[in-house]
Ligand binder design. Structure first.
Ligand code: GLY
Length: 593
């Protein structure tokens, strides 16, 4: 069936960073990108990777946040409460990935009504944003993506996660714990400090030149000599603790219409690098949107995911509905099976690039894109001898895609479920910490497209994902629920920018088509196609044979050590067991009771 070993759970203790190197391998007769490892790579056993329970389960990217969420559940809180506590703890222990300065998408299944809700707390562009805002006035060209465009005030969107979590707590939180008290575990950790992990130390080191531009950021994450905090050093965040404490006592208005709002605006507009456009009314007027989730079916399973402005739900549903037309489980990890997996993703990414953006600004033909007929029509375009897209354009530093953003999956004793993906976009977002407030501001506006023809040609329509005032940039976040016969089957999501889509897709296929156990499904090397070329995790495939075969189909393949950091929960209704798994590529923990 597959070539995936049933090896015992492992942990990728060190994240891998590399640079791309295009070269020719004489005996393979095709070009291959390969990332060259710059850091060590150890696989260590971890008892925390996967867990089974009977009643409730939490999977997050860090043991501190998993513990905080479990404590909330054990005190009588529900999945919504637990997810909120986990988010604030993640803000402390993964300050590079998500937090109060960012945005997210929250999917909620209410067991009593069997209804799925989805909430959009995506960052919005300031009202003064405009399509050319990321073009260098001197050259007319877009600012280079890394490190220029992603750094400073210009890329900061109006943060939405705090208001979204207040909204979901008001609607669905239990009465056991107040919204304010859900900050307590994070306040304690921010005040008392915690040892910097090897992953966080590497990420600070990687971003230290950006963090140095902003004294409030350097003060927290660098030492007095300007070096990154080392692994094991204790990271104290008293300013962040103070911000949380203040919101706990006085409520979220101080963030959206009070002193903290004023501090955010000042930090953005007076940033020493790329000062931005955000104004006080942008924060005051920020709205959380409740949206209909996107829905589809795959081999008898029903899926619910996040709709626009996320492209994630639509893209996985489109790709799955193409895959459904073939016997993927028989094809397995053969060259033909992998070619199919790649082509289905390519087609979905083509539509993503063409149509997806903030639904308030353009017509997105959701019904057509999600229809089985359309999947059948597009599947006819698959050429079994020739890759659809071999190499198109350049990726910006794609090795960094797997490590920003974070995901939380939770089910409580009542069967309520949360899939919550949350982000500040790049690692350490814009690089700006709001002085005196201790939190990092996102750089989500870098998720806008800078399509030159749409920006420069006054006759052409603005691209659905070009920057505009108050618009939300297209996301790839894919918090997803899978049901079988009306019963919960899986909760899944991952970080990783536009690789999120492929990560979630691979895990779903591994479980449904290849009938893998959850631990194997999450650990198996993934094949991702984002419309340009194949990106494949190395390791467990019969790599040379596969690469030769894909090369003969004219695929370009980039081997990567890892992407994603999925947090997954799977329900075995027959055995009445809940399994949780936190991706061994990260440092997280799945735990239940
Ligand atoms: N920040 C990643 C995304 O929204 O796709």
């Amino acid at each position: 069936m597959t070539e995936i070993s049933n090896s015992k759970p492992n942990r990728f203790e060190h994240l891998k960073f590399g640079f791309l190197n295009l070269f020719r391998i004489s005996d393979l007769e095709f070009r291959i990108f390969s990332s060259i490892l710059l850091s060590s790579f150890f696989l260590l056993s971890s008892p925390l990777f996967a867990a089974e329970s009977k009643h409730a389960m939490v999977a997050t990217a860090d043991p501190h946040s998993t513990r905080a969420a479990l404590e909330v559940l054990q005190k009588g809180g529900n999945a919504v409460d637990a997810a909120i506590a986990a988010q604030w703890v993640l803000n402390v222990v993964e300050p590079q990935g998500s937090g109060i300065g960012g945005g997210g998408f929250f999917l909620y299944y209410e067991a009593a009504t069997k209804h799925v809700y989805s909430f959009d707390g995506r960052e919005a562009a300031p009202g003064d944003a405009y399509p050319e805002m990321f073009l260098d006035p001197k050259t007319g060209e877009p600012y280079p993506f890394y490190p220029s465009r992603i750094t400073g005030g210009l890329s900061v969107g109006v943060p939405g996660v705090l208001k979204m979590l207040q909204t979901v707590h008001d609607r669905f939180g239990s009465e056991a714990i107040s919204f304010g008290d859900l900050f307590l575990p994070a306040i304690k950790l921010a005040r008392n400090g915690f040892p910097v992990s090897s992953r966080l130390a590497k990420l600070i080191d990687q971003e230290k030149d950006r963090l140095k531009l902003f004294p409030a950021s350097a003060k927290i994450f660098l030492d007095t000599k300007g070096d990154a905090l080392a692994a094991g050093a204790i990271l104290f965040q008293p300013d962040l603790a103070g911000t949380f404490e203040w919101i706990r006592k006085d409520g979220i208005d101080i963030f959206y219409a009070g002193d903290i709002a004023r501090d955010i605006v000042r930090a953005v507009r007076t940033a020493p690098f790329h000062p931005g456009l955000m104004s006080f009314p942008d924060l005051e007027n920020y709205k959380v949107n409740e949206r209909a989730p996107v829905r589809g079916s795959y081999r008898g399973y029903d899926l619910y995911s996040m709709g626009p402005p996320s492209s994630g739900g639509l893209a996985i549903l489109q790709a799955l509905q193409i895959l459904e037309l073939y016997d993927l489980s028989s094809l397995g990890r053969s060259v033909k099976g992998l070619h199919l997996l790649a082509e289905a993703q390519t087609i979905a990414f083509e539509d993503r690039s063409r149509y997806l953006g903030d639904p308030a600004y353009s017509q997105i033909p959701l019904e057509k894109l999600l229809s089985k007929n359309y999947a059948r029509e597009r599947s006819q375009e698959i050429n079994w001898e020739f890759a659809r897209n071999s190499l198109r354009g350049k990726l910006h530093n794609p090795n960094l895609e797997g490590i920003h953003t974070t995901h939380i999956s939770i089910v409580d004793e009542q069967g309520n479920m949360v899939a919550f993906t949350t982000t500040i976009e790049s690692v350490f977002g814009s690089g700006i910490v709001v002085p005196g407030r201790g939190f990092v501001l996102n750089n989500e506006l870098t998720d806008f497209d800078l399509i030159k023809s749409a920006i420069r040609n006054p006759k052409s329509a603005i691209h659905p994902n070009a920057p505009e005032g108050d618009k939300r940039p297209r996301s790839s976040m894919t918090p997803t629920f899978v049901f079988r016969n009306g019963q919960p089957f899986m909760i899944v999501g991952s970080p990783g920018g536009s690789t999120i889509i492929g990560t979630v897709l691979n895990i779903i296929v591994n479980v449904i088509d290849f009938e893998m156990k959850l631990a194997d499904a999450i650990q198996a090397p993934k094949l991702i196609h984002r419309g340009e070329f194949i990106e494949m995790e190395s390791g467990l495939y019969q790599q040379r044979k596969i690469l030769n075969g894909l090369g003969k189909l004219h695929h370009t393949v980039m081997l990567k050590e890892s992407f994603g950091n999925a947090q997954v929960i799977l329900f075995d209704l027959a055995r009445r067991v809940i399994t949780g798994a936190s991706d061994p590529r990260g440092e997280g923990e799945a735990k239940g009771y």
